[in-house]
Write a protein that binds this ligand. Structure first.
Ligand SMILES: Cc1ncc(COP(=O)(O)O)c(C=O)c1O
Length: 402
């Protein structure tokens, strides 16, 4: 029997893109990160001790006892859309419930907008170093990816985007993470946001604004999302993953109104609807709990962890290295001297020091990219002690590599 299966497996003809693909490194790191004793700076996991479990239990109980539609197929839940409109207002974005499209997380938001805008072998514009989940979304369509660089203080190079568009290349969209960039930990400056929106309008190229970390901002002042500047050319993607819990798998897109029905058709073909029960429990949670207060607590907590990581890097990392100090999100990006063997460093710190991080090349669109001498450290999922201890251990090994 096993042989028969083995043979069948060998004969299954995969699509071109799937044949080229090896294993998923993030899934492998997830299982590694769960090993006891390992200090993991690898994944952007929220801190589970900060999940509002008691209040969420009450919301679940309330929905199960009062709502006969809780476990049924159902239309997108209007009260949740209403709450999202209020949440967006906190960010300075004015929108209406009929522009809110509920998704199974931000990841699905990206996949749906891509499905709507990008043809097979079309063109997209994104940064050279970018969230690997975005690369996975576009890969099956085998697009031509036009990359621009990122300034570690002001974000994506908007002038380079202008040169591309002015040269006549027609991109289906521009993908950006303006707040708490994953993996670079930089925010796009307000001037560049306005400039990018002006380009989108002038050349008729939509922007996908991935706002997974926008609510987790650590300064008092924050630039407006691009969706606050334009309601026609910006697809703004939000999520409850980082502000409530990622296991709920609920996010949203603020979509130009006339495209909602097309988005619905695209979504129905994938999963019919976002989990009905979770939509309703999140709405109930937002009725009985105070999400604004919860977000304020998260900002305080993650700010403390970011500060702990910055102090540890200052104290232990060698002078030849540089790193970003993120105003938002979960990630610090570290740049090592050009010739450093980052893969070797990772293998050694895992084996000898029981620490794991993600090497920069996992985020680069092109193999010979500047990200290859970088690494991403996530501070969201470790206690203050472990942050210091982990950075100290990486520094110890790093010194032997330089
Ligand atoms: C930049 C970015 N976008 C999207 C996602 C996916 O978020 P969600 O859990 O809402 O699907 C992540 C998750 O880490 C992310 O870092």
């Amino acid at each position: 029997l096993l042989n028969t299966f083995g043979k069948a497996e060998n004969r299954i003809a995969l699509a071109n893109w799937a044949r080229k693909k090896s294993n998923n490194p993030i899934v492998e790191l997830l299982s590694l990160a769960a090993q006891p004793g390992l200090v993991s700076f690898a994944l952007g996991l929220p801190a589970p001790e900060l999940f509002p479990i008691e209040l969420y239990k009450q919301a679940v109980d309330f929905v199960l006892t009062t709502d006969e539609w809780a476990l049924q197929y159902g239309a997108p839940y209007q009260p949740l859309k209403k709450h999202i409109v209020s949440l967006m207002a906190r960010r300075g974005v004015e929108c209406h419930e009929d522009q809110v499209f509920l998704t199974t997380g931000a990841q699905q938001g990206m996949a749906l907008v891509t499905r709507l805008l990008l043809d097979h072998c079309g063109q997209v514009i994104c940064e050279e170093t970018v969230y690997s989940g975005f690369q996975q979304v576009i890969e099956p369509l085998q697009p031509s990816i036009i990359t621009v660089s990122t300034n570690l203080e002001t974000g994506l190079d908007v002038e380079a985007v202008e040169s591309v568009l002015a040269s006549g290349r027609r991109a289906a969209f521009i993908y950006t993470i303006p707040d708490g960039h994953n993996p670079l930990g930089v925010d796009l400056s307000p001037d560049k946001r306005a400039y990018l929106v002006a380009l989108a309008r002038r050349y008729g190229v939509p922007i996908i604004e991935d706002d997974a970390y926008g609510f987790l901002h650590y300064d008092d002042s924050q630039a407006l999302p691009m969706r606050a500047l334009d309601d026609q050319w910006v697809f703004h993607i939000g999520t409850f993953s980082k502000i409530l819990a990622p296991g709920l798998r609920v996010g949203w897109i603020i979509v130009p109104r006339h495209l909602i029905s097309r988005m619905s058709v695209a979504k129905e073909s994938i999963d019919i609807d976002t989990c009905t029960f979770t939509q309703r429990t999140i709405a109930a949670f937002m009725e009985i709990g105070n999400l604004s207060e919860h977000i304020s607590m998260l900002r305080q907590e993650y700010r403390t962890r970011r500060n702990a990581m910055a102090s540890a890097l200052n104290e232990y990392f060698p002078a030849e290295t540089q790193w970003t100090f993120p105003d938002s999100g979960f990630f610090v990006w570290v740049e090592l001297p050009l010739a450093t063997d980052v893969g070797g460093l990772l293998r050694t710190v895992i084996e000898k020091e029981q620490v794991v991080f993600i090497p920069g090349e996992s985020f680069s669109v092109n193999p010979a990219s500047p990200a290859s001498h970088g690494l991403r450290l996530s501070f969201s999922n470790c206690s203050l002690n472990l942050i210091e201890e982990g950075v100290k251990r990486i520094a110890r090994t790093l010194k032997t590599f330089l």
